[in-house]
Design a protein around this ligand. Sequence first.
Ligand SMILES: NC(=O)c1ccc[n+]([C@@H]2O[C@H](COP(=O)([O-])OP(=O)(O)OC[C@H]3O[C@@H](n4cnc5c(N)ncnc54)[C@H](O)[C@@H]3O)[C@@H](O)[C@H]2O)c1
Length: 253
Amino acid sequence: MGQSANTDQLVHTDQLAKKVILITGAARGQGAAEARQAAERGATVVVTDVLDDAGTAVAKEVGGQYHRLDVTSSGEWRSVMEDVVATHGRLDGLVNNAGIFRHDSILDGNEDNFRLITEINQYGVFNGMAAAAHIMKDQGAGSIVNISSVAGMRGQRAVAYVASKWAVRGMTKSAASQLARYNVRVNSVHPGAIETDMLFDLGTETIDRLVGATPMGRSAKPEEVGNVVMFLLSDESSYVTGAEIVVDGALIA
Ligand SMILES: NC(=O)c1ccc[n+]([C@@H]2O[C@H](COP(=O)([O-])OP(=O)(O)OC[C@H]3O[C@@H](n4cnc5c(N)ncnc54)[C@H](O)[C@@H]3O)[C@@H](O)[C@H]2O)c1
């Protein structure tokens, strides 16, 4: 996957001290990396996923709580948020990271696949923003980071995935406009080829093709996306809202 970056030597700070941050899909991959990075920066982390064993292990590692949260369920969102506010009294950051990828083509007309991906990748993000918005509005502060993809910025062959990731990008800007007056920021992040199960599941041939098309000549570690997410969660990005940040080694440049 090309020469990898050395992310281990980056200095960790108290960038997120006193912040309570909830991350979806945090049992593995980018979400788990972000849970570790946020904890290293002083945040109290709420780890959520549908993979209970892996999620519980990550929460234990970062000294945080685990909650089962299927992002498609508005009921589960409500009960998790009630618990977070009851326990911590606030919610400073939300990373809508959970997502799935499936190959599909418009020629298949696979409605079930389209609905499933829309439910998780699009409706899941909507649910998360809706659940967090009132808490953050009442606090007069908050940061929501929505994980889209380079697939949210161009066409690719997986039509449902592309549609869902464009939707995330659009919803982000809409929510940012609506919540800005309450000092609640909403931004989207657009990863390229990131070394997680989602990428590995594509198989060597596809990964080689993707990395070959990436001008930087390599895929990225999850932490390289995480560093951008940490910035957006922190007060260092206090005037950044409605923005989209591509983290792709110039893949779509
Ligand atoms: N890996 C990449 O190359 C890449 C590129 C662009 C965008 N992304 C996006 O990054 C995000 C994180 O993906 P990843 O790379 O870590 O992949 P991953 O497959 O390792 O992790 C995804 C996580 O989401 C969870 N999840 C799936 N359905 C869920 C649901 N209904 N409710 C709650 N959690 C659910 C999974 O259990 C898993 O822990 C996704 O939104 C993905 O679309 C990934």
